[in-house]
Write a new protein. Structure first.
Length: 451
């Protein structure tokens, strides 16, 4: 009997410390820390769109691969706020498209700077503007937020903590959060590795669409190096249709390997002289769109404008507010080329636009010929009325190039949102360049837009 009690006591002595084991889950200082990051992503699901009044679903798959060196330039509250990266690999493939596509960064855009603008990171190239496809390649999991998964204190095995809202917003790519039930737990410590699980649900808004996420993730923390060195992030994603995106139902798996390294020469102070010390100028964060189908024009636009359709040479963009609300739609349509005396007069253009299909014009609000920095002839007419029986305000532009190229732009919004648009229609039209004219273009070959 006595030997049984002794055996039990010995067993408890061996098992007990495992439950009471503690470890300091605090990331080491981040400022000027450098990392080599390898990341892969797979998405499998379906998108649902409305066609002819009925919902239709289509398979949707995406595969992404990234590898980059990263130097943290500024940090706050245990996460990176500003960083520089050099990508050796950055690509996103869409194998389920009718024509499978692959988007990559051009060699001259592989140096990237990122800064935290409110809730999300903004990535840009200090060497010049990117296309939207290139920007989307860099919009991967926010690895600067990984230290935020940690509680920043000594923790017992089995202990749990709730992830901060700011961390969830960043990792789940929400513009606003409506619910956060993500719970982290220190599962075990094996040698120099601590294993942390993250499970639960999160609900928020992304690009104007409501999203519900079920997360099941696991992070690995190097106790000696005091760094998160690995992450497997799995989420089941259910998103409603938004103003610039279809409804989505998908399972996503992201795997990250993160290794602390000495500062590489590609990220030295000398190499980063061209990186702005604060918020970058708008010309670096603007996106370049080039009409590669007809080769007629290119334009630069703020990231709040989203391309939603490109058919038969017609380009449709939608403007979202910082909260993801729909503000306005812009439709750009190439028109017939004219000779030196063939362009419409302002009055003729106003009359033509007043008779646009589906448009019931009520009041002409403004009619003018604004100046063009490129020397183009521009007519602008703004009117209120009803578009397909819905109250609306429209601003119509006719842009005539030096060689007779013509483009019609129509900006459509509700009367309430007219003030929100402000002068962003003018800025967009003024950025337009006809490609066939002398000195047109960016001086750098661009990948095709709108795949």
């Amino acid at each position: 009997m006595r030997s049984g009690f002794v055996s039990l006591a010995l067993a408890l002595a061996l098992v007990g410390p495992a439950f009471g084991q503690t470890v300091d889950l605090t990331e080491a200082g981040l400022k000027d820390a450098c990392f080599r990051v390898q990341m892969s992503m797979s998405l499998d699901g379906k998108v649902t769109v409305q066609q002819e009044g009925t919902n239709k679903s289509f398979p949707h798959q995406a595969r992404a691969s990234h590898e980059y060196l990263e130097r943290v330039l500024d940090a706050k509250d245990n996460r990176g706020e500003r960083a520089a990266r050099v990508y050796s690999q950055a690509s996103v493939e869409f194998p389920s498209h009718k024509t499978p596509t692959k988007n990559e960064l051009r060699t001259e855009r592989r140096l990237q700077a990122v800064y935290r603008d409110k809730k999300q990171l903004v990535s840009f190239s200090p060497r010049g503007p990117m296309t939207r496809e290139e920007m989307e390649v860099t919009e991967h999991l926010d690895t600067l937020t990984l230290p935020g998964l940690l509680p920043g204190r000594t923790t017992k095995v089995g202990e749990t903590w709730k992830l901060p809202t700011s961390v969830v917003e960043s990792l789940c790519v929400f513009d606003g959060i409506e619910g956060n039930e993500l719970i982290a737990k220190l599962e075990k410590v094996e040698g120099e590795r601590a294993v942390i699980t993250i499970q639960g649900t999160a609900k928020g808004i992304g690009m104007g669409a409501s999203a519900n996420l079920l997360v099941n993730a696991q992070a690995t923390f190097d106790v000696q190096a005091k760094r998160i060195v690995g992450l497997e992030w799995k989420q089941s994603d259910q998103r409603t249709q938004g103003p610039v995106s279809p409804a989505l139902s998908a399972d996503i798996v992201i795997r990250v390997v993160r290794e602390a390294i000495e500062q590489p020469k590609q990220l030295s102070d000398l190499a980063l002289v061209i990186v702005p010390s604060g918020s970058p100028p708008s010309e670096l964060t603007e996106l370049v769109y080039r009409d590669t189908k007809k080769g007629m024009y290119e334009l630069r636009h703020a990231r709040e404008w989203h391309v939603v359709s490109q058919q038969d040479g017609r380009l449709v963009l939608r403007l979202l507010s910082s909260r993801g609300d729909f503000v306005a739609q812009c439709t750009l349509t190439p028109w017939r080329k004219v000779g030196a005396t063939g362009a419409l007069k302002l009055e003729e253009f106003a009359d033509l636009m007043a008779k646009s299909p589906g448009w019931q014009q009520e009041t002409e609000l403004e009619k003018e010929q604004p100046k063009s920095a490129q020397g183009y002839s521009i007519h602008r007419v703004t009117a209120s009325g009803k578009l397909v029986n819905v109250a609306a305000v429209q601003s119509f532009y006719l842009v005539v190039g030096k060689e007779g190229e013509q483009l019609i732009g129509a900006f459509t919004m509700t009367p309430v949102m007219a003030r929100e648009l402000a002068s962003r229609d003018v800025t967009l039209i003024d950025s337009l360049r006809f490609l066939k004219e002398e000195n047109a273009g960016t001086g750098t070959a661009l990948p095709p837009s709108g795949n």
